[in-house]
Design a protein around this ligand. Structure first.
Ligand code: NAD
Ligand code: LMR
Length: 325
């Protein structure tokens, strides 16, 4: 058995929290040889609900659950945290865009970034799920000047998984056979899911589909507006699939991808013309607990237009929170 890993989760009483915590405690995120200590943050009025979730976690008798803490104080929740999954934020309702959450949620991430800066492990891996996820991750990163910027990531994995499933359905092939897919940009309808490099059993997905109209007018809108479609259908935003994507993101970051591409929202190093530090969805591979961006991919005119649109949206969001930083 390894030493226990401290995993902080914010918004622990929320619907994503409920779909996430049991899977972390059962070893699905960090492996069946790694005990975890859950450090749960939520608002004061949600503490009772967190206690209820903790009772249920206890009743599962997970052999890997080595401890639990519930608190409304970020400095307690993030103390020595090795992993911090920042879910806690207001979700959007029907008719709202994720950008509408900017002012409601931005302040949460200045406070939590500062707390991470003060008390978390210097190697803490941070995943921001709360929307607008890229800009919230940017705010947290900027509020934590003593931590490496590369430790701050945003969740694009749900878009990546949604795109995989759409391609599997279109081609009639298994989801697990699709390689080298990526999603560029913002976790918003402007994201650009790009299957130009994707392969199935060594064959080009672009050639297999060979339908640019489907790409532009069916695939991209379906993936981009999937969150809204779920809100419309469920009356609540996606939760189990979001929790699943968070597990995928952290598992791959910690345990590696074996050369496979995945999408992570990471601070740009200037590659692909994306300004430095912009929290942008890029193709990455992971090894030894570090991610590496896939570089030097050719960007054609259609792709460049899409990347410009999603970048412009992120720059506007960034300008909208500049006064907080
Ligand atoms: P929810 O309302 O069910 O739960 C949110 C929880 O966060 C609540 O328990 C609330 O009390 C708590 N909270 C609010 N402010 C907090 C703070 N300052 N500190 C700690 N906890 C706080 O919402 P949910 O469905 O779990 O969604 C959470 C967030 O995740 C939303 O912003 C949603 O839009 C976002 N989301 C992102 C993705 C993605 O792919 N990036 C996918 C789905 C949902
Ligand atoms: C999603 O993509 O399902 C989430 O970001 C929730 C939302 O507001 O769309």
């Amino acid at each position: 058995m390894k030493a226990p890993v401290r995993v902080a989760v914010t918004g622990a009483a929320g619907q994503i929290g409920y779909a996430l915590l049991f899977r972390i405690a059962s070893g699905e995120m960090l492996g069946k040889d790694t005990p975890v200590i859950l450090q749960l943050l939520d608002l004061p009025q949600a503490q009772n609900a967190v206690k209820g979730v903790m009772m249920e976690l206890q009743d599962c008798a997970f052999p890997l659950l080595a401890g639990m803490v519930a608190t409304d104080d970020p400095e307690v929740a993030f103390k020595d945290a090795d992993i911090a999954i920042l879910v806690g934020a207001r979700p959007r309702g029907p008719g709202m865009e994720r950008a509408d959450l900017l002012s409601a949620n931005a302040q949460i991430f200045t406070v939590q970034g500062a707390a991470l800066n003060k008390v978390a492990s210097r190697n803490v891996k941070v995943l921001v799920v709360g929307n607008p996820a890229n800009t919230n991750a940017y705010i947290a990163m900027k509020s934590a000047p003593d931590l490496p910027a590369k430790n701050f990531t945003a969740m694009l994995r749900l878009d990546h998984n949604r795109a995989l499933s759409q391609i599997a359905e279109k081609t009639g092939k298994a989801v697990g056979s699709i390689e080298k897919l990526c999603v560029w940009g913002n976790h918003s309808p402007t994201m650009y899911a790009d299957y130009r490099f994707a392969t199935i059993d060594g064959q080009s997905v672009k050639d297999m589909i060979n339908d640019q109209d489907w790409n532009a007018n069916t695939f991209l809108p379906t993936v981009g507006k999937r969150g809204a479609a779920i809100i419309e259908a469920r009356g609540l935003s996606s939760a189990a699939s979001a929790a699943n994507a968070a597990i995928d993101h952290i598992r791959d970051w910690v345990l590696g991808t074996n050369g496979r591409w995945v999408t992570m929202g990471i601070p740009s190093d200037g590659a692909y013309g994306i300004p430095k530090e912009t929290l942008f969805g890029f193709p990455v591979t992971c090894e030894n607990g570090e991610y590496t961006m896939v570089k030097d991919l050719p960007i054609d005119e259609f792709s460049q237009e899409r990347i410009n649109i999603t970048l412009k949206e992120l720059e506007d969001e960034k300008a909208g929170v500049a006064h907080l930083l």
